[in-house]
Design a protein around this ligand. Sequence first.
Ligand SMILES: [Cu+2]
Length: 178
Amino acid sequence: MTIEPSRRHSTRAPGRVLLALLAALAVLGAACAQGSPAISVANARTPEPAMADLAAVYLDLANDGDGDDALVAAETDHAADVELHETVVEDGVATMGEIEEIPVPAGETVELTTGGLHLMLIDPEPLAPGDAFDLTLELAESGTMDVEVEVVDAAEAGGHNGADHGDHDDEGHDADED
Ligand SMILES: [Cu+2]
């Protein structure tokens, strides 16, 4: 029965290897960890009147955590689709296009506002100032979060009522011009 000790040894070895592996992973994980994001949303609003088939949503995305995050999608029952957009002014002409994500770096606040980053409601249901609706944001790290979007008078919101959308046909939306 001299085989017994070595058999016991060999059955215990995998456990030790696993422990060593886990310890190594823990050290590696700690070295690579960049903390976690802490996202909060404020000032979510959509100016009215907007174009019949498009409405912009603006909001402030604050990241008070120590890890980066990014807004990657949004949806609402209130519109057929929601796109992430960025308006770019070139030679005095504002055009906007869909973007894949809106980075929200650790410790920073990203403002989605007129003439820049915004969310675009595609075929929104009719909206009137004073209304509110729920919007679900999807963040790469923080997951989904629901925010209430207030419908505000375009004049007060700094208007996104057509001026930014002059070249919208180029971006592939079906804008019914005249
Ligand atoms: Cu847009």
